[in-house]
Design a protein around this ligand. Sequence first.
Ligand code: PAF
Length: 285
Amino acid sequence: MKVKLIETIEEMRAFSKNAKSKNLSIGYVPTMGALHDGHVSLMKKAVEQNDIAVMTIFVNPIQFGPNEDYNKYPRTLEADLEKAEAAGISAVFFPSATELTANLYSYIDINELQNNLCGTKRPGHFRGVCTIVGKFFNIIQPDNAYFGKKDIQQLYIIKQMVKDLNFDVKIIPCDIVREDDGLAMSSRNRYLSESERKDALVLSQSLKKAVTLHQQGEKSSQVLINSIRQEIEKISSAKIDYVSIVNEQMQDVCTVENKNIIALAVYIGNTRLIDNHIIGETLCF
Ligand code: PAF
């Protein structure tokens, strides 16, 4: 079926109300577009698990810092709509920044969970994410919402926001999707030159090495972090933003246990990439 393109809040609300009046469940996939196979896996899950699946494409200005890539973020609507339609998405909500984020007086802020990792490196980022996701939840009224584990801090923060603010939606975490060589899929991978694309493999490879060390019995967080740092420092185009091992409250840990997260953010040239692994989950790369 042809995907419906919706551009106003009023029309989106009417679409959702109509679905609800027919008792149809709504699955929701939030995105900023420039869709890749990681997004496709979220879309397919949403389609499978709900009567109707809705996706948003919105490059959210309030989650970018002043020196970040808001202006150059890839915008590929036509190709995105084709992917959405092929995955079976019923409607794509593509609102304007003027309608959605201009002149906002109210924001959703989250404390503890943003005081580490990307939260400290990108001040205001999660305030922007929570605010926009909260708005989308209110407009779309989804039953289930699908978030990738690549943005692991975002996933935990959104789960906490839903609990704290009593949003009536179930958050479904989805596994990281990787290229054949292990690079985690990201819309920002398209910024990489050919040589940077090769260098970017250091994220997944150093992560894999640390996970292997842990499986062999190494429990010291500092030893695992040092092993990752040493690998990354061999690559001249790479600059570490952070390498951390945290618990589910996003606090640094000394001894690595099940469910702890090894998380890293690394600049390859000018492109900031993130990756992570949750201890205890299958290493599939
Ligand atoms: O993960 C993203 O692409 C964005 O942070 C999200 C959830 C769509 C909010 O703008």
